[in-house]
Design a protein around this ligand. Structure first.
Ligand code: HEC
Length: 127
């Protein structure tokens, strides 16, 4: 009986992980729409690679995981005294997005060409 229960709960865990992975698959097209609606180009530039002020960061082509975590850290609910970013401009920008939106935005921004570096196609064969 205990064996049976253990098996059932393992199945449950597997199903939960399967659900998680589909929910987190990033949608680049959706990310492009969210960036357009979000008005990000007003500060980060048309290709998100020419910020309007030298103190604003170039975000185009940065690593997807880095972008996702940067965006999430601007959300108030992810801020703790040890973790999180405290920037009033970006906090306002990301407030309305959910976690899936941030994954989509990060995937889109990461797919753009960056003026910061030349991509080594052998090591990074993204389209
Ligand atoms: C009003 C100007 C403004 C707008 C509009 C804006 N940003 Fe920003 N963004 C900034 C500034 C300023 C920073 C640097 C903040 C800091 O010092 O943490 C920043 C930082 C970022 C970073 C972190 C970059 C890094 O290297 O750590 C990301 C990612 C980002 N913005 C994405 C976006 C996205 C996506 C949008 C649209 C939804 C957006 N921004 C709209 C001004 C803006």
């Amino acid at each position: 009986m205990n064996h049976m229960l253990a098996r059932l709960s393992l199945l449950g865990v597997a199903a939960a992980f399967a659900g998680l992975s589909t929910a987190h698959a990033a949608d680049v097209q959706k990310g492009a729409e969210l960036v357009q609606q979000g008005g990000c180009i007003a500060c980060h530039g048309a290709g998100l690679d020419k910020p309007v002020a030298p103190t604003y960061p170039i975000i185009a082509g940065q690593h997807e995981s880095y972008l996702f975590h940067a965006l999430q850290q601007y959300q108030t609910k992810h801020q703790t005294p040890l973790y999180g970013r405290n920037n009033p401009i970006m906090a306002g920008m990301v407030a309305r997005f959910n976690t899936q939106d941030l994954h989509d935005i990060a995937a889109y921004v990461a797919s753009l060409k960056s003026p910061l570096f030349e991509r080594d196609l052998a090591r990074d064969p993204r389209p």
